[in-house]
Structures are given as C-alpha cells and as structure tokens.
Write a protein that binds this ligand. Structure first.
Ligand code: GTP
Ligand code: MG
Length: 281
C-alpha cells in the first residue's frame, strides 16, 4: 500500500456511521515535522475541513505546494561556479558529487572535483574512482592535508581550465563538533574569497531516511555556514521525504535535488508538483 494511504488507514476510525480521520496524529506521523504538521492541522480546523477527508487532503496539497514553490536561486555556473557539499557522515556527499558531475557533463559543462575529505585516504580514493569513470579532473591532498588549501588549489586549476563547475566534496561531520565545523568555516571563507564574483553554493546532503533529525541537521549546518539549499538522498527507500517540506517551512531552505539510488542517473531535480503528487499517491 502507498505511504499516504497506509497512514490514513492508521488514523481513520468509525464515528457512528461516518469515518473520521485523526488529522493531527496523521500529519505528525507523516515526517513533515511538528511545526508544519500543527500549522496544517490548524488550517484544516479553521476552514472546517477536519471531517471532510477529500477536501482536507486537497487543502494540504495546496498548502505544501505553496510552501515548496518559492523562489530558488539558480546554481552558480562559470568562472567556475562552486558547489560545496556538506553534511553528516554517510549522507551521500561523495556519491552526489559524482551524480552532479554526471548531470553537468551531460549538459555539456566542464566540471572539476576538489577532494576535500582529507580525513581518510579512502575518501579521496572513492571520489577518484568516480573522477576516472566520469573523466573529471580532480584535485586532492594527502591524508590529513588542510582541506581549505586543497580547495584553493582546486579553484585555481578549475579557473585556469575555464571550468563551469567546481564540486567540493567534504568529510562527513556532526554539526556539534566545533573544531570540525571551524574547518568547514575556513573552507567556506577561502572559497568565498577566490570565487568573489560568483556566489558560493553550499548544499547540505541529507539521508532521506533520517526522519526528523534532518531538520536538526539543517538547522545546525545553516547556523554554522548559511546553507544555499539541500539535497535529499535515498528516496528510493520507503521514505517519502516529508522533511523537504519541514526544512523549507521552518528554515526557508529549498531542496535542489533528490537522490533515488546509488547509480549516476539517480539524481533528479526537485520538483514540487511531482513531490506532492508522489507524497499523496
Ligand atoms: N539507495 C541509495 N543509496 C545511496 C544514495 N546516495 C548515496 N547512497 C549510498 O550511501 C552510502 C554513503 O554514500 P557516500 O556518498 O559515501 O556518503 P558520504 O556523505 O560521502 O559519506 P562520508 O564521506 O562518510 O561522510 C553509499 O553506499 C552510497 O552508495 C541514494 O540516493 N540511494
Ligand atoms: Mg564521502
């Protein structure tokens, strides 16, 4: 059974001859976060839709579309446009770096990688395999090297080669680790300095199966770095990515792409209509 129908089934009960849905409980279960759930519930209540399942569902869809559809800055391109991928361990940064490169190359763009996860040699090795497969030049450093200096060298080389995009892969980290966040801050400042005329894009990569913790990650990384947007991976799982709406509603952070698998083709541009339809299907 589909995600939404399954949820509805859990929270529907027979009150006399009529079916009643416990919208409050249903919305909270739906992975859209407490605040957005409460807002949607209040809306249904105010408009007298709580007892009208079909109208209520349509109202929620419209409100979600409204939340998801606000203006989104385009990805920076040329000189090169720098995309810095950040997030907690295992969210999918390195894989997403490869998927983005694949996508940009298919658009005829020239791409460079900066392998700024210098904590583990294996991390650089992982990106290198993708770089070779995709024929994307990659700048890296030794294990333990200063990530900001790797990023700087990568920017200079990408710029000389007149690349369109520089994709910067970073080490996974929890946002409460101060020293690790300071390292990202330095990386950001270095890239901001060199990429002066083009905006630096900082995208948080999150594992779509992490539930409400995604909101916590987005809050913390946003406070530390100022996020341009989010990429949600692993939506080929049972997760329907309700947190995309919560993060947009609570923090104003838009989602740019979603990942639906481990292969290069499985990165889709985030589309609000498609998302809402799929959520309720
Ligand atoms: N099913 C599925 N798996 C994914 C997706 N994106 C990434 N993965 C897998 O998730 C695992 C972690 O991905 P990585 O790209 O290494 O994650 P990372 O954020 O770079 O991890 P660290 O560098 O350790 O912080 C790998 O096994 C990927 O193949 C996705 O959209 N769907
Ligand atoms: Mg990685």
């Amino acid at each position: 059974m589909s995600f939404w129908r399954n949820l509805v089934g859990k929270f529907v009960s027979l009150v006399g001859p009529k079916e009643q849905i416990d919208w409050e409980a249903l919305l909270i279960e739906s992975d859209m976060g407490i605040n957005l759930s409460q807002k949607l519930y209040a809306l249904l209540d105010k408009e007298g839709l709580l007892g009208k399942a079909e109208l209520a569902e349509r109202r929620i869809k419209n409100e979600l579309l409204h939340i998801l559809q606000n203006h989104k800055a385009p990805l920076p391109v040329g000189k090169p446009g720098v995309i810095l991928l950040v997030g907690v361990n295992g969210g999918g940064k390195t894989t997403t770096a490869a998927k983005l490169a694949y996508r940009f190359k298919a658009e005829g763009k020239k791409v460079f990688f900066a392998a700024c996860d210098t904590f583990r040699a294996a991390a650089t090795e992982q990106l290198k395999i993708w770089a070779e497969k995709l024929d994307v030049p990659m700048v890296s450093g030794k294990e333990g090297a200063d990530a900001a200096s790797v990023a700087f060298r990568a920017f200079v080389q990408a710029s000389e080669a007149q690349a369109d995009y520089l994709i910067v892969d970073t080490a996974g980290r929890q946002a409460n680790k101060k020293n690790l966040m300071m390292e990202l801050g330095k990386l950001k400042r270095t890239l901001e300095k060199v990429s002066a005329q083009t905006p630096l894009f900082i995208l948080l990569v999150v594992d779509g199966t992490s539930g409400s913790n995604i909101l916590v990650q987005a809050k913390e990384f946003n406070e530390a770095l100022g996020l341009s947007g989010m990429i949600m991976t692993k939506l080929d799982s049972s997760s329907k990515g309700g947190m995309v709406a919560a993060v947009k509603y609570e923090l104003g952070i838009p989602t740019y792409f979603i990942g639906r698998g481990e292969n290069l083709e499985s990165l889709e541009e985030f589309n609000p209509e498609g998302f809402v339809e799929e959520f309720f299907s």
